[in-house]
Design a protein around this ligand. Structure first.
Ligand SMILES: Nc1ncnc2c1ncn2[C@@H]1O[C@H](COP(=O)(O)OP(=O)(O)OP(=O)(O)O)[C@@H](O)[C@H]1O
Length: 320
């Protein structure tokens, strides 16, 4: 059983009236990893997370969680924790009282003292443990929701936009918690619109569009499938660099449409990674120093725009 993936969806379909929110989703999510769900607004991410949390019953398809088939009933499957659409919290109770309430409700042996303190510590809320949640910011509520989920020691943790409202320090904190959980063998599934979060955290991502899986696999594979990206190259000699780009097979020189970053020495070249490798070798051979080199649009974002049919947005940044 432990060998089974954390999640196995086959043909999961969900309608809301005439709207097809999920349209035959086949998906495996392994244990011991953070798996990202990404897609445009209305793609079906929250609906899928709701199915995993037992909040939404699909119309068709089969679901296995942690090796066990899930019945078509509204119930949190064993070993699963998390939340969608924000954590459910009691505003008039303090952070510690909220967690103690979770411990009592979901309990089975959760210590209302030490384990609650440990969860508060993990999400960095010890200093405000005695404050009422009514006065909490969005980011503090998000972290308290995460602490509540951690208390139940989930083997599958499901979170909708976990970085929503977090400042950079809190965001790092949450990343560490999620990575730690995955390192201990749990599966973590998050949805996010923040590509840098997904790139930093996720071993694998699933891209949903109009309720269908359009890609599922490693971030590296997704970037490779996005094809020819535009790279900005800052060198010691722009004129020679332009000539070398023009001479390098598989590369096109494209206008830098980022006038807000006026680097006289920068050129923008579009092509596969292998052609860009070749360019660097040729530049050095021509006595031109490469000072900076990077994709104009991060590969994950480029893949998102390409695979969801939003190439127009890519064209705006010189990467058609
Ligand atoms: N309870 C509901 N009743 C009716 N329609 C719904 C309901 N929940 C979701 N939908 C519809 O199902 C589709 C998928 O919605 P969902 O919230 O899963 O998308 P999402 O990818 O999470 O979007 P976002 O990025 O905006 O959060 C949308 O067309 C949405 O309007």
């Amino acid at each position: 059983m432990e060998r089974a993936p954390a999640v196995r969806c086959r043909g999961i379909t969900k309608y809301f009236g005439d709207v097809v929110a999920l349209d035959g989703v086949d998906l495996d999510m392994p244990r011991g990893q953070v798996h990202g769900l990404v897609g445009p607004n209305g793609a079906g991410k929250t609906t899928l997370l709701g199915v995993l949390l037992g909040l939404t019953v699909p119309n068709r398809g089969s679901l296995e969680i942690l090796g066990a088939p899930v019945d078509r009933v509204l119930a949190v499957p064993d070993g699963v924790g998390g939340f969608v659409d924000g954590p459910g919290l009691y505003p008039s109770l303090t952070a510690r009282q909220n967690l103690a309430a979770v411990a009592r409700l979901r309990g089975r042996g959760i210590d209302q003292g030490s384990e609650v303190d440990e969860a508060l510590e993990q999400v960095g809320l010890v200093d405000v443990a005695g404050d009422r949640v009514r006065g909490f910011s969005l980011g503090m509520r998000q972290r308290l929701g995460l602490a509540a989920a951690l208390l139940t020691k989930p083997r599958l943790l499901v979170l909708d936009e976990p970085s929503n409202g977090l400042d950079p320090v809190a965001r790092r904190h949450v990343h560490r918690v999620l990575e730690g959980l995955a390192a201990q063998g749990a599966a973590v599934v998050i949805s996010s619109h923040q590509m840098d979060d997904l790139a930093a955290l996720c071993s694998e991502v699933t891209l949903l569009a109009r309720g269908r899986v359009v890609f599922s696999g490693s971030v590296g594979k997704l970037a490779a499938e996005s094809g020819r990206l535009a790279y900005r190259v800052l060198t010691s000699d722009a004129a020679t660099a332009r000539r070398v780009v023009a001479e390098t097979p598989g590369l096109d020189l494209v206008p830098d449409r980022h006038p807000s970053r006026p680097d006289e020495g920068a050129v923008v070249a579009r092509g596969q990674v292998s052609a860009v490798d070749d360019l660097v070798v040729r530049l050095v051979g021509a006595g031109v120093a490469v000072r900076e080199l990077g994709p104009l649009v991060p590969p994950l974002e480029a893949a998102f725009l390409t695979l969801t049919g939003a190439e127009g947005a890519l064209a705006e940044v010189g990467a058609p």
